[in-house]
Design a protein around this ligand. Sequence first.
Ligand SMILES: Cc1cc2nc3c(=O)[nH]c(=O)nc-3n(C[C@H](O)[C@H](O)[C@H](O)COP(=O)(O)OP(=O)(O)OC[C@H]3O[C@@H](n4cnc5c(N)ncnc54)[C@H](O)[C@@H]3O)c2cc1C
Length: 557
Amino acid sequence: MNRNEIITSLKNNPSPAVLIVGAGINGVGAFRDLALNGVDVLLVDRDDFCSGASAASSHMAHGGIRYLENGEFRLVREAVGERNRMIQNAPHLVRPLPTTVPMFKIFSGLLNAPLKFLNWLDRPSERGAVVIKAGLTLYDAYTGKTRTVPRHQFRNRTDSLDRWPRLNPLVRFTATYYDGAILSPERYTAELVLDAEAEGGRALNYVSLAGIDGQNVILRDKLTLQTFNLQPKLIVNAAGPWIDAANGTLGLRTRYIGGTKGSHLVLDHPELRAAIRGNEFFFENKDGRIVLIFPFYDKVIIGTSDIPVEDPDETRCTPEEERYFIEMVARVFPTIQIGPEHIVFRFSGVRPLAYSHAKTTGQITRDHEIQEDKLGGIPVYSLVGGKWTSYRAFSEQVADKVMDFLGIKRNKDTRQLPIGGGRGYPRSDEERQRLLQGWQAWTNLPLTRLEELFDRYGTLAEKVALHIAKGPDQPLETVAGYSRREIGYLAGHEKIVHLDDLLLRRSNLAMLGLITRPALDELAQILAESLAWDAEEQSTEIARAIEILADKHGVRL
Ligand SMILES: Cc1cc2nc3c(=O)[nH]c(=O)nc-3n(C[C@H](O)[C@H](O)[C@H](O)COP(=O)(O)OP(=O)(O)OC[C@H]3O[C@@H](n4cnc5c(N)ncnc54)[C@H](O)[C@@H]3O)c2cc1C
């Protein structure tokens, strides 16, 4: 069903069993699980799918080794298992990522992550290395027998500098272990939404929870500004950092969230990209802040901060954060110069952490919980906390509770269920070659082009390729590696409403710094053809995209 058909169906029958408010990863995860089990479920988001905290993450599918320090063994164990599942179920979007922790002898408040690990801040570095070793051994044990990722490895200074010659020579040891890199959290979420719709769920972006009138929940379509009423049996509040605000809209006074802001920069810096050799560098500063240097295609992401905030709508990456990140990176790779000219994109968001009186933000639990309220006879479940990585387990817990209330028995689970372009994913180079040759036979597209599409969309590339093959196609004039019909496919099949949905969430174009003013014009013109925008709508979309890129991402066109 398209957007208008869904809204009409809701006006005709305004009683879906479950209304989920918020299409970040937690709302979408619960949506998929419920749809899969035949529950009549509607998902709405006031913006696009994956446009809140879920788009601001550090892109790590990780167990969170540092949470061991807080004694959160259950969470780490669960998250390591979920990291493995993400790599297995969505191999086109989540890849094993070697992650290296540098350890230094003289800490003096700097680069002290290893010692912070068990609060042995003032012990010699050798002890730190022992502590890290113990933590990583436990981490490896949590990975289990499947060995989705290799075991950790310790290196002394000589070996470390051999491998990373630009590393600060004061390094005493490095420890390399494996986590996962989420190459596009936005596409991952969108593909989950499409999977759930194939199972009968209904999802609407740009529809907000607007109020309550007796038993009627009021939703507003942000495109037409029209409101419509629903009478769900149950509401799942998955509004992330906005959970308390959304509860307030329903007339419930809650204080579940005490969010902290985190920002990142994307750098176009070939020298730094080469220096890290495909590894993420990861350590914790004295104040508990995580510093990460993360390989992202041919770019590098650096971050992140952890600052308590009141208003999640106002988060932006500030100049102070920028300076801090650049300074921290320079201390690990002291001979590499980074300046503002290398920044191609900024992003910032709020972790929807549970409200807490913890002394430092690093001590606030990253675990998840369901808070339950009642709205007359209707239960409202608020999804508090959690990590991207543990979304599936959290969603399962939510879906079980919802189905319990509705008296529905679970008949399918998502543990081993592939996601989007992870379905039928080839597990060896030979299989991949065979698959692509098969596609080539019925699409006549060059093998190099099919490779490109496969890298971007996994096995969904087959559908994209078939669509491309059905008509005359041309490469984009403004962005290498993309074509007009490829963009047309995304517009027609992936619930794109605004131009920025394409730039920021169905592709990595903006994040990789590939958007120029001519590119905006060309992409808007293709979307206009697919989505039947007139000239005025097209220029409104361009103006909107320019404003969002400048305001939220510091990209000035
Ligand atoms: C800086 C940062 C770094 C992080 N790094 C990692 C990491 O590397 N690995 C990891 O596992 N986790 C990480 N996390 C945590 C993870 O990203 C979050 O826990 C997770 O994305 C939360 O998802 P959510 O669905 O609960 O919230 P969100 O993604 O924020 O979704 C909530 C949605 O609700 C919508 N909404 C709000 N109000 C309304 C309304 N009235 N009507 C309709 N819709 C509404 C919003 O538009 C939004 O899309 C990080 C988080 C941050 C902020």
